[in-house]
Design a protein around this ligand. Structure first.
Ligand SMILES: [Fe+2]
Length: 271
């Protein structure tokens, strides 16, 4: 079942253009310019290089169709506007066809610092750049293809893999840790927190551990997983994810740190 959103999806016209108001474009400019210095300091070099290639506009919300044109040439991906929240089946099906579903609205003025669901700022700044990277692009498609084959129960386990990599993954560079997950790089508070905070766990990337680790969507993370390189995603893409999920299921979900905080198990099923 799809969670409700207070936001309404913006529909493209016959020319695939979404018409945003001046006020909405100003919100994009504010968010984008506020995030750039943080990205320079905390984001992974691979992400920054991809962001540079995208040449996103500062003063207006970019059109998905324009970004898709660049992605298509590089890795065959496109960014497709969808309602704020979509069901698992649609999500996996689109990823399997290298179509990244993007919520097309922009957050309201009073939610500039945080909103629980994805908006166009998160989708484009967070996800679009690394869809230019072949390892990331391959992994996200493999994730979608495997998700299409998964049972309802297996899909909940899939969500954790996406969460701890594509949304909240960290990457080790020569001298330091950097962020590449979309949920981090599009957040003004979690970007520095994920790197600087001393009271979080940063575990080595290990897929069974990831699949067994619960998360919360309504607070900054207490656990991050650190990749040594984006090629690790490429390696995972070549493995049978359903087999890995069933291996994780046989070991069970880890419960430490999360169940005593009023956490509701049903939230695990949201991506
Ligand atoms: Fe996202």
């Amino acid at each position: 079942m799809v969670k409700c959103s207070n936001y309404v999806a913006r529909q493209p016209d016959y020319d695939n253009q979404i018409h945003y108001s001046d006020e909405e474009n100003s919100r994009w400019q504010f968010l984008f310019e506020r995030q750039l210095p943080l990205l320079e300091e905390y984001a992974a070099p691979a992400y920054l290089a991809a962001l540079e290639r995208l040449q996103l506009p500062r003063d207006h919300i970019p059109q998905c169709v324009e970004i898709s044109s660049l992605l298509q040439d590089a890795t065959g991906w496109s960014i497709v506007p969808v309602p704020a929240l979509i069901d698992f089946s649609t999500f996996f099906d689109m990823l399997s066809r290298r179509q990244f579903p993007a919520a097309s609205f922009i957050r309201s003025q009073h939610e500039l610092d945080y909103l629980q669901e994805p908006d166009i700022f998160h989708e484009i700044l967070g996800h679009a750049p690394l869809l230019l990277d072949e390892s990331y692009a391959e992994f996200v498609q493999a994730y979608g293809l495997a998700g299409c084959r998964a049972s309802d129960e297996e899909k909940a386990w899939f969500a954790r893999l996406f969460w701890f990599t594509v949304e909240f993954g960290l990457l080790r560079t020569e001298n330091s840790l950097k962020a590449f997950g979309a949920g981090i790089v599009s957040s003004k508070s979690e970007l520095p927190y994920s790197i600087d905070c001393e009271n979080v766990e940063r575990r080595a990337f290990e897929i069974i551990d990831i699949l067994r680790t619960p998360y919360r969507i309504d607070k900054m993370q207490r656990v991050y997983f650190v990749l040594e390189s984006l090629e690790q995603l490429f390696e995972i893409a070549s493995r049978d994810l359903i087999v890995l999920i069933n291996k994780a299921r046989s070991k069970g979900l880890k419960t430490r740190n999360i169940w005593n905080t009023g956490y509701r198990p049903g939230w695990l099923q949201k991506i």
